[in-house]
Design a protein around this ligand. Structure first.
Ligand code: NAI
Length: 464
């Protein structure tokens, strides 16, 4: 029957599209349903990919304005075309969307555009160009998450922006107020700061990017301040209004109450799981108190043929984590017994310097009462970093003393996003600091500082 599938995946983001492809590879007849007009979900359409495209363009501007001089390059009257940056970003997104379409074609996956809702535990109604009823033996829900608004000021995506609106501005704003100094806040503010926008960040906690290792967080905080960010930490927005195309916030800091005005407001206080239109309650799928779909260790909801993955279930909201779960869930449906090591899932913040981490922070490890071996190597002494003239940041390695095993790697500096892979492999393969210290690293590279940090933690650094 045409509308009967083995597996229906709802959502085509990095969780859903990967689940669909893996399920098709395993021989299932697969359909993927997508509410947007394009495949790829938040990550590809309005998140990771467009933000990284604009981050790169703005980095080039920052280099031309500042970093180039020390290389003996002088750009005079640096100017840029924001419209061109936006169209470059759109082209990258469009190319990636096409890429997923062709992967679906190659794997014989049926794409159905429209909003899905369960009308029975085994049937979906999809409201697209025409309404269709689809049946499947198994369902994978991968509908992701949405930005959380301020309770008293909804998004209008004109002045009050979520990340989606902030990546689609038609001009560079003069003054941007950011609420929430998490990953989205610091990444998007970095784009506009480099393009000349005045940035004011209001953060509820006494630190930025709270999940980061403290030492790394402090270094990033200082670096962003040096780049011109103004931070109000331990501060909360108690009122907000829009007046004459400006946003005006009442901000209660620790010592005073401030009125802060901006051309636009980016609200980046977190994301919440999104499954509203699916009508899961009607078929009895359970959710947690925080609104996440409840699953067991095999991603099964309380209805055993319905699975959920990615931002919709508890855990770090990361595209690559969703993709891992996409692969694993398809294999579980097939009857395999795969496993994800959540400890070895990396985290990256694409600021300048970049930040990347895997495993425990020092604070988490100490809270567990572990005895630690720690080595912190500044890039100031790293030959490659010195050749590039980019010596900001450090590598911090954390081992557990008794076993000597690596339990955390934290990097702030040039290309941290790429360097972190070594820590991911080492954690995945349960390597010790001794193992890392024995591995030959090319010279001169930034990565040899991972080895040096391991040597330092073991008390026998060569170069420091
Ligand atoms: P987040 O959880 O990273 O940060 C939110 C920040 O807002 C926190 O520092 C929190 O203390 C603060 N906050 C919360 N309520 C507040 C209030 N009322 N006033 C002031 N501050 C407040 O959330 P974010 O940045 O919105 O990102 C959402 C998700 O998207 C995260 O899970 C993140 O990991 C993911 N993401 C990942 C990226 C990456 O991997 N590079 C890039 C962008 C997003």
């Amino acid at each position: 029957m045409e509308n009967q599938f083995d597996v229906i995946v709802i959502g085509s983001g990095p969780g859903g599209y990967v689940a669909a492809i893996r399920a098709a590879q395993l021989g299932f007849k697969v359909a993927c349903i997508e509410k947007r007009d394009t495949l790829g979900g938040t990550c590809l359409n309005v998140g990771c990919i467009p933000s990284k495209a604009l981050l790169y363009s703005s980095e080039c501007v920052a280099f031309a304005k500042k970093g180039a001089e020390q290389q003996g390059l002088f750009y005079t009257n640096v100017s840029f075309d924001f419209g061109k940056m936006l169209s470059r970003k759109e082209n990258i997104v469009a190319g990636s969307v096409k890429g997923i379409e062709s992967l679906f074609k190659k794997n014989n996956i049926t794409i159905i555009y429209g909003a899905a809702r369960f009308i029975s535990p085994n049937e979906l109604e999809v409201l697209g160009e025409k309404t269709v009823i689809l049946k499947a033996k198994s369902f994978v829900i991968a509908t992701g998450s949405e930005s959380i608004p301020l309770p008293f000021l909804p998004f209008d995506e004109n002045i009050v922006l979520s990340s989606t609106g902030a990546l689609n501005l038609n001009k560079v704003p003069k003054k941007m107020v950011v609420v929430g100094a998490g990953v989205i806040g610091v990444e998007i503010a970095s784009i506009y700061n480099r393009l000349g926008t005045e940035i004011i960040v209001v953060e509820m906690l006494d630190r930025i990017c709270p999940a980061m290792d403290n030492a790394v967080g402090k270094a990033l905080f200082q670096s962003l301040k040096n780049q011109g960010f103004v931070f109000h930490l331990s501060s909360r927005v108690s009122e907000a209004k829009i007046n004459k195309q400006k946003v005006i916030l009442k901000v209660e800091t620790q010592n005073e109450v401030l009125n802060i005005e901006g051309d636009i407001l980016l609200v980046a206080v977190g994301r919440s799981p999104y499954s509203e239109s699916l009508e899961l309650e009607k078929i009895g799928v359970k959710k947690t108190a925080k609104g996440f779909v409840e699953v067991d260790s095999q991603f099964r909801t309380n209805l055993p043929h319905i699975f959920a993955i990615g931002d919709l279930i508890e855990g770090p909201m990361l595209a690559h984590r969703a993709s891992e779960e996409g692969i694993v869930v398809a294999e579980i449906i097939k009857g395999f017994k795969p496993h994800i090591n959540y400890m070895a899932i990396p985290n990256v913040i694409y600021t300048q310097p970049e930040v990347a981490a895997v495993g425990f922070t020092e604070e988490e490890a100490r809270a567990k009462g572990l005895d630690l071996l720690i080595g912190t190597c500044s890039f100031r002494a790293n030959p490659r970093a010195r050749c590039m003239g980019d010596t900001e940041g450090f590598i911090k390695i954390i081992g557990e003393k008794t076993s000597n095993r690596l339990i955390g790697l934290h990097i702030i500096g040039h290309n941290a996003s790429e360097l972190i892979s070594e820590g991911v492999i080492a954690l995945e393969k349960c390597l010790t600091l001794e193992d890392i210290a024995h591995i030959c690293h090319a010279h001169p590279t930034l990565s040899e500082w991972v080895k040096e940090a391991a040597l330092l933690a073991l008390g026998r650094a060569i170069n420091l």
